[in-house]
Design a protein around this ligand. Structure first.
Ligand SMILES: [Zn+2]
Ligand SMILES: [Zn+2]
Length: 327
């Protein structure tokens, strides 16, 4: 994972040493319209239905070129032949593959990715690609209950949905954190900062919820589709632990430090994962959110410094008379 070339601009793609051939264009167009993971033969059949006169060999060559150019990804579902999926606006992911109906469904888990990275690092191994495939029987084949899969074009939407849900959960826990921190902070300036951040979280929360509603409106089935992104650590919102610490009772300085820690964690989380996603709305959500969290962290760090300064002055001014007395 995370070893993709930068995404090519489809409009400017050219085969090496030549003009873009119109056959290649036609094959590319058919491929990009597909939802599923196609084998070379399936793509050839689709192309042939639309356009006579394109040979199998040309389709095969074009597929190879698409993989090299970063337009397509090769996947192997253990059938003894390769399948191909578009990589454009399609985040990297893992697959669940049904041995009965041969349908595949996509998911992404940063917990799994982190673990893979951890293992590779521990073994001083430079990973170029990692594949996680779960083979078995899907719910529909087991129970007959119709269940939507996540595949192709839906992945982009479901990804954005889950990224937004995660950002919303984080905003909620942030809002709770700052509201609580504001209520218990005695230092007036510190309290004002917490109130301001609570206000910002409230505003962002409203924006994210609006964006969520707009996204849901694009696909009536979107809310009922299965989970795509699995993040154990972020499920309850990244500020939940911080809010828990506040509940135990802390002073102003500690409250600021906990806030800084939460914002730092949140910033790093959204940036780290946002950066490795392929170009998509989900990626946008993560990166924008990462920026907001950094701005919050910086604000808290400034506030922490100025609180320490005020306290320092306070202590010094109190200490002076005692020192005089001691003389
Ligand atoms: Zn099945
Ligand atoms: Zn896939």
């Amino acid at each position: 994972m995370g070893t993709d070339r930068p995404l090519p601009d489809l409009a400017t793609l050219r085969p090496a040493g030549g003009k873009r051939s119109s056959k290649r264009d036609q094959i590319l167009n058919v491929f990009l319209r597909q939802q599923a993971h196609l084998s070379a033969d399936e793509l050839f059949e689709l192309v042939r239905r639309e356009k006579a006169g394109i040979g199998r060999a040309t389709v095969y060559r074009t597929l190879q070129w698409m993989v090299t150019a970063g337009v397509a990804r090769k996947v192997d579902f253990g059938e003894g032949r390769s399948r191909f999926e578009p990589s454009y606006r399609h985040p990297r992911h893992f697959h669940l593959i049904c041995a009965n109906c041969h349908r595949s469904s996509e998911f992404l888990s940063s917990d799994v990715e982190s673990l893979i990275e951890e293992i590779a690092a521990a073994r001083h191994f430079a990973p170029s690609q990692s594949v996680v495939q779960i083979f078995g029987t899907c719910e529909e084949c087991r129970t007959g209950k119709q269940t939507p899969t996540i595949d192709g074009a839906t992945t982009e939407l479901v990804f954005a949905r889950d990224a937004l849900r995660m950002a919303i959960a984080t905003e909620r826990s942030g809002l709770e954190f700052y509201t609580r921190a504001a209520a218990m902070t005695k230092d007036v300036r510190g309290r004002t900062v917490f109130e301001r951040l609570a206000g910002e979280e409230r505003e962002h929360l409203a924006t994210l919820q609006k964006r969520y509603r707009e996204l849901i409106a694009q696909d009536p089935q979107l809310e009922s589709r299965p989970t795509f992104l699995f993040f154990k650590g972020a499920a309850s919102g990244l500020f939940a632990t911080g809010a828990e610490q506040l509940r135990k009772g802390v002073n102003d300085e500690q409250a600021l430090l906990i806030g800084i820690e939460c914002e730092r964690g949140s910033h790093e989380f959204f940036k780290r994962y946002g950066e490795r996603f392929e170009d998509s709305e989900g990626k946008q959500v993560f990166l924008e959110f990462a920026d907001e969290e950094r701005a919050h962290r910086d604000l808290l760090v400034r506030e922490y410094r100025s609180l320490r300064e005020r306290q320092g002055r306070h202590r010094r001014s109190r200490r002076t008379p005692i020192a005089k007395r001691a003389r």
